[in-house]
Write a protein that binds this ligand. Structure first.
Ligand SMILES: *Cc1c(COP(=O)(O)O)cnc(C)c1O
Length: 394
């Protein structure tokens, strides 16, 4: 089932699941909104405990959020962590010394740092490759490859990876766990498990929470074998989120579908406006038919979120000028909140990418990245019109 633009329709019942899954008021003496229980320990009877013992291992608010997250993904299990990085640390802790991991080359910077600096010290080999090229992926897989890590769309170019084709190739080569970082689209716009991925990883800090006031991560999956291991990892590494943060994210999920629809619609309006500007060279937005990943996006997503980039005819001076003229857009890193942000990847989010790789990925000083928020689209366009006039004198 596709929409007017040819994208997959969002999963029926998504908004209802977001409101109700895991939220049974009978669990809380009838309270419709889950109460925040701060206690770190639970009273036991001499015969045993009633489900909860110590809140690092499990607690009612975290369970409520995890149940909701799993249901939204159509999955059996969800685990939350103190940050997206905490989720990545925990997921990669499934690997043993001597194992090999293949990651997409333009992976999120923090993921790349962990894979380059941390995993090798624990005896895990990592190969970065352009996973969009299946021949390169095939060549990168070794006999000891145990995990393939991808992100789609990537940052800041919005390169799209065909999840189904990737999984098909990887699974032919053995029992290899495929992890998809789904931070940019959320389970409302893309559900990697439906295409055969094993684990969906999130920085909930971004769209899933969407209010720029919580740092948290998650892993969502169906395999009981992996879930049993992750449950022990969550408890023993202890990279767990706070109860209050779980409350905030659980609340934010109630509006996820509404927010994502708005991010999607406004970002497409702005992408199309940018395409018409004489000083814009290219707009990297998978919702546009000119984007390389447009066809794959139509097959595996329900549209694109608010994060995308464009390239203009100027250089660093013009990028800086443009950003200094904004009155509505805020100059900041991060993404996925209700507020619109603009940044220059080459000197901000992607500053530490080595120059040759930067050049290869097209991360030049004329590339500007947006995270389109929930403001009135007309006000964002007005802000852009003014900034373009000031910067390019037209
Ligand atoms: C932010 C981000 C992360 C890391 O998450 P934190 O919550 O900041 O630790 C991982 N992947 C992607 C794609 C991100 O945008």
């Amino acid at each position: 089932m596709t929409d007017e633009q040819g994208f997959q329709k969002p999963k029926p019942g998504f908004a209802t699941i977001a409101v109700h899954a895991g939220q049974n008021p009978d669990k809380w003496n009838g309270a419709v909104v889950p109460p925040v229980v701060m206690s770190t320990m639970y009273k036991q009877a001499p015969e045993g405990h009633k489900g909860y013992v110590y809140s690092r291992s499990a607690n009612p608010m975290r369970d409520t959020l995890q149940e909701c997250l799993a249901a939204l993904e159509g999955a059996k299990y969800a685990f939350t962590f103190a940050s997206g990085q905490g989720a990545t640390t925990s997921i990669t802790s499934l690997l043993n010394k001597g194992d090999h991991l293949v990651s997409i080359d333009d992976v999120y910077g923090g993921t790349s740092r962990l894979m380059r600096e941390n995993l090798p010290r624990h005896g895990i080999d990592v190969t970065f490759t352009d996973i969009t090229d299946l021949d390169k992926l095939e060549n990168a897989i070794q006999d000891n490859t145990k995990m393939v890590w991808l992100e789609t769309p990537t940052n800041p170019n919005c390169t799209v990876v065909d999840i189904a084709a990737t999984v098909q190739l990887v699974k032919k080569r053995g029992d290899i766990i495929v992890v998809v970082d789904n931070t940019f689209l959320t389970c409302y716009l893309q559900r990697p498990l439906d295409f055969g991925a094993d684990i969906v990883m999130y920085s909930l800090t971004k769209y899933m929470n969407g209010h720029s006031d919580v740092v948290m991560g998650a892993a969502v999956l169906n395999s009981q074998e992996i879930a049993d291991k992750l449950r022990i990892i969550q408890k023993s590494l202890g990279i767990v989120p706070s109860t209050f943060d779980c409350y905030q994210v659980n609340r934010s999920l109630k509006t996820l579908s509404l927010r994502m629809e708005r991010h999607k619609a406004t970002s497409l309006v702005i992408a199309k406006w940018l395409q018409k500007q004489p000083n814009v060279i290219e707009v990297l937005h998978p919702g546009l038919s000119t984007h390389k990943g447009h066809e794959v996006s139509k097959r595996q997503t329900s549209g694109h979120s608010g994060v995308f980039s464009f390239r203009h005819t100027g250089g660093l001076k013009e990028s800086r000028k443009l950003l200094s003229c904004f009155k509505v857009f805020i100059l900041a890193e991060s993404l996925g909140g209700y507020e619109s942000l603009a940044e220059i990847p080459s000197i901000m989010t992607h500053k530490s990418v080595p120059p040759p790789q930067k050049a290869q990925l097209g991360i030049t000083d004329s590339l500007v990245r947006f995270s389109i928020g929930l403001e009135d689209p007309e006000d964002l366009i007005k802000d852009l019109e003014n900034a373009f006039k000031e910067t390019f004198n037209n």
